[in-house]
Design a binder for this molecule. Sequence first.
Ligand code: AP5
Length: 221
Amino acid sequence: MNVVFLGPPGAGKGTQAARVSSCYGIPHIATGDMLREAIAAGTELGQLARSYVERGELVPDEVMLRLIEERLRNPDAEKGFLLDGFPRTLPQAEGLDALLDRMGRRLDVVVFFRVPTPTLLRRLGGRWICRARGHVYHEDHHPPKVPGRCDLDGSELYQRPDDRPEAVARRLEVYEQQTAPLLEYYRARGVFREVDGGAGIEEVTRAVCAILDTVGREGSR
Ligand code: AP5
């Protein structure tokens, strides 16, 4: 199953992808996580990406398309993938279609997480991330058992530099200008589905799984 999670910053794409990808046996591919890992490791990609990411701007399309092509050609993505944070511009969406075409594949579903802006602001303001493996917490909705420590690996929790209010404001602007047009793009292709991403974490997981189950059944007919 080839799946895209689409939605504004803080919509819960990463939270839900981490909960559902293993149930469907597909890798969770989060371009934001890939860029943050490259930044932390100081690679050439990381050095290029740092200033864009920290200011809430998008990394150039050609860089992202190269990165995603390399990742989708990895054997673990042969049976499917769950993309989180990609595509987020029209050229990226067109580039993804062209790449999948060359690979003899196509997207099965794009799940859009609809969340009101005040909710997004509260989620991003209270988000904490684990330093070792990127597990995501929220100080009110999903707090760790021990404050400041990851439940799963005990590593330190930190707040992302792009969750500062000025970077968040820019990310929301960039989303409206460059990513929101993808809703129409995918509606026109008949693969668009929507969930109420403003609901609680469990409820959103149930809605997402209901969509993926239907798509899986249709695909196996
Ligand atoms: P990226 O890491 O992709 O950030 P984003 O799209 O802004 O999304 P977030 O990770 O902020 O939010 P999310 O929807 O995953 O929410 P989460 O589950 O964490 O990208 C970062 C940067 O990298 C970009 O700004 C750009 O610079 C660059 N980049 C990445 N991809 C790129 C691309 N394709 N092209 C160009 N540049 C690119 O949830 C948020 C919080 O809410 C958490 O604390 C969570 O616990 C809580 N929460 C989640 N769901 C719920 C719920 N249902 N109820 C209550 N709380 C909830």
